[in-house]
Ligand binder design. Structure first.
Ligand code: FVH
Length: 296
C-alpha cells in the first residue's frame, strides 16, 4: 500500500477523496487550481502543493478528480516530466478516448495509468458506500487496489483503459433516463387543467405511485437483459405494436397540457423504427438493435 498520496482537484468530490486518505493516515498532498479550497484539509494535516510539479513529485500514487478532460489535460501538461515513475488514477468523468489520450500521455512520460468512474455522490464516498469501476492494465490496478479500495468498493472491468469511461457513461445514461422520466411524469401530474400546482402533492405521487411502479419496472429490465443476451425478443404481453399507441397518448396528453413531449418522443422514434422494420411483435428489448446513430 502507498503511504503517501497526492490528490489533484478539491471540488465537491476531490475534497472528500482527500479527506478519506487523510483520515486513513496517508501523508496527503493536495493541489487545486484555487488553493483556498485546501484550507480545512491543511488544518487537518494535508500538505498543499503550490505547483503541479510539486504535487506530482510528492507521491508515487496520484489521484485526479477534476471537472473534465480539458481541465486534466491543461493541468497535467504543466509538469509532464514529473509523471515519471508515478501511478495516476484518473477519476474524472470523460469519454473512452479521453482516457486513452491521458493514458498515452502518462505512459509516454514513464508513468502508469488507470482510469476510474465513481458511482456515488460525495456523501456516499465519505460513508464508504459508493462503488468505483476501473480499467487499465491489471498489474497496475492490483498495485494500487488496496489504496483505492478506501474510496469505495472497487471493480476492475478490463485491461483496455477506455472501458471504465464507457461503463461510467452507460450507468449515468441509465440514471439520466430515470431522471428524465421522473421530470416528465411529475410535470404531467402537475399539468392537470383546473388544478392549482400547489395543490398537487408531488411527494405523495412519487412515494405511493411512481416509486412502486418504477421498482417493478426496474426488475423488468433484468428480463429484458436476458432477452438481449438470448437474442430472443419475443413477447406475449408487451409487444411493440401495443406500446406505440400508448406512447403516442403520452405525447398527445403532454401537448394538450402544455408539457414538452420531447423526453418521450426520443424513445417513440425507436419504437416506430423497430415496428417499421418488421419487429412490432417483439418486446421493447428489440429496440437495442435499432438504436444506431445513422437512423436517429
Ligand atoms: N459530485 C458528484 O456527485 C459526481 C459523482 C461522480 C463523479 N463525478 C465527477 O467527478 C469529477 C469532479 O466532480 P466535482 O463534483 O468535484 O466537481 P466540482 O465541484 O465542480 O469541482 C471541479 C474541480 O475541477 C477543477 N477545475 C475546473 N476547471 C479546471 C481547469 N480548467 N483547470 C484546473 N482545474 C479545474 C476545480 O477547480 P477550482 O474551480 O476549485 O479551482 C475543482 O477542483 C467530475 O468529472 C464529475 O463528473 C462527480
Amino acid at each position: 500500500m502507498a503511504k503517501s498520496i497526492s490528490v489533484f482537484g478539491l471540488g465537491a468530490m476531490g475534497l472528500v477523496l482527500a479527506e478519506v486518505f487523510l483520515k486513513k493516515g496517508y501523508k496527503t498532498t493536495v493541489w487545486n487550481r484555487s488553493p483556498e479550497k485546501a484550507k480545512d484539509l491543511v488544518a487537518n494535516g494535508a500538505h498543499l502543493a503550490t505547483t503541479v510539479a510539486e504535487g506530482l513529485e510528492a507521491s508515487d500514487l496520484i489521484v485526479v478528480c477534476l471537472l473534465n478532460h480539458e481541465a486534466v489535460n491543461t493541468t497535467i501538461k504543466q509538469a509532464l516530466p514529473s509523471l515519471k515513475g508515478r501511478t495516476v488514477v484518473n477519476l474524472t468523468n470523460g469519454t473512452s478516448d479521453h482516457a486513452r489520450e491521458m493514458s498515452a500521455l502518462v505512459i509516454a512520460q514513464g508513468g502508469r495509468y488507470i482510469h476510474g468512474g465513481i458511482m456515488g455522490v460525495p456523501p456516499m464516498v465519505a460513508a464508504g458506500v459508493a462503488f468505483l469501476i476501473y480499467s487499465g492494465p491489471l498489474e497496475v490496478y492490483q498495485s494500487v487496489e488496496q489504496d483505492i479500495a478506501l474510496l469505495g468498493t472497487p471493480r476492475h472491468l478490463d485491461a483496455e483503459v477506455g472501458t471504465a469511461s464507457l461503463y461510467d457513461l452507460a450507468l449515468l445514461s441509465g440514471m439520466y433516463g430515470l431522471f428524465t422520466g421522473f421530470i416528465h411524469a411529475v410535470s404531467l401530474v402537475r399539468s392537470q387543467p383546473g388544478k392549482d400546482k400547489k395543490d398537487i402533492n408531488v411527494s405523495e405521487f412519487v412515494n405511493t405511485l411512481l416509486v412502486p411502479w418504477l421498482s417493478h419496472m426496474n426488475e423488468y429490465t433484468k428480463i429484458l437483459a436476458d432477452q438481449i443476451d438470448a437474442d430472443d425478443y419475443s413477447s406475449k404481453s408487451a409487444r411493440i405494436v401495443m406500446q406505440i399507441p400508448a406512447i403516442d397518448n403520452i405525447v398527445q396528453q403532454s401537448k394538450a397540457n402544455g408539457i414538452s413531449p420531447e423526453p418521450i418522443a426520443a424513445i417513440q422514434k425507436l419504437f416506430i423504427l423497430a415496428n417499421d422494420r418488421g419487429f412490432g411483435n417483439d418486446d421493447l428489448s428489440q429496440l437495442v438493435n435499432h438504436n444506431d446513430a445513422k437512423e436517429n
